[in-house]
Design a protein around this ligand. Structure first.
Ligand SMILES: C[S@@+](CC[C@H](N)C(=O)[O-])C[C@H]1O[C@@H](n2cnc3c(N)ncnc32)[C@H](O)[C@@H]1O
Length: 235
């Protein structure tokens, strides 16, 4: 199948998912809308990955696969010789009845995607041991502070120097606080305006708090920064 045909197939599945929702959802009110990355943010994620000409991407958190399909569309568009999309999610079968993975298969992306059905705190260090190096990561797994912090600890060894990390739910204090450590101490820089046209949320869902873009794109430094422990500043 030609690259434009593969792209059209992915776009069709993405469109149907955004318009009609997945064929199955958990029995929670408005679960798809609450859990999945909105279409607008998916488009911005896709465009950012295309402009970085990514060939390999790690993703944490599959759920309903809106973001995974957007990443898949970016890889099909860049069309490298060996595209790779490694996804980590321990609950895809137990909690999501495999619906996200089935959507990736329907889009023809299962030939490039690999799903690791493990906690990210287990899977990511295994990927480090394998020597995996990727161009970008998208993080939308557990939102507990310590788990996001650990995801980022390992991702800085998996994403190549100068690569890209995109965080979902940067409006949650737990995610923002974890990211702040890496920005303050390890030279990670925010890509301004990357998600300025995306959806916005109040920090902590407090209507009196600042309204911020839902996603945050970060550029890693060109070499790994390891500051002396004496230079630690509370963050
Ligand atoms: C907000 S959803 C992801 C939504 C997805 N990006 C989409 O567009 O549909 C969070 C996902 O993270 C997964 N998850 C929760 N804890 C995790 C962990 N420790 N490691 C990896 N994935 C985890 C959940 O199973 C769930 O599928």
């Amino acid at each position: 199948m030609r690259s434009d045909e593969r792209k059209a197939r992915v776009r069709k599945v993405r469109r149907r998912l955004a318009q009609s929702g997945p064929p199955w959802t958990r029995d929670h009110e408005r679960d798809f809308e609450t859990v999945t990355l909105p279409e607008r943010d998916c488009d911005l994620l896709r465009d950012l990955l295309i402009s970085d000409r990514v060939e390999a991407v790690v993703e944490v958190g599959l759920a309903y696969a809106s973001s995974a399909l957007a990443i898949g569309e970016a890889l099909v568009t860049v069309n490298p010789p060996q595209p790779r999309h490694i996804i980590v999610d321990p609950f895809q079968d137990r909690a999501y009845s495999n619906v996200g993975w089935d959507l990736l298969c329907a889009a023809g992306l299962d030939s490039t995607a690999r799903l690791l059905r493990e906690w990210s705190s287990i899977a990511l260090p295994e990927l480090v041991s394998e020597g995996l190096l990727v161009d970008a990561a998208f993080v939308d797994g557990s939102h507990r502070f310590h788990e996001v912090f650990v995801d980022l600890y390992f991702l800085r060894k998996i994403v190549r120097p100068g690569g890209l990390i995109v965080m979902d739910d940067d409006w949650t204090p737990s995610v923002r606080t974890a990211v702040r450590y890496y920005e303050k101490h390890l030279g990670w820089t925010v890509i301004p305006d990357a998600f300025a046209d995306g959806t916005r949320r109040h920090v902590g869902d407090d209507p009196a708090a600042e309204l911020v873009p839902r996603c945050r794109a970060i550029r890693l430094p060109e070499s790994l920064v390891e500051p002396p422990f004496e230079q630690f500043h509370p963050f």
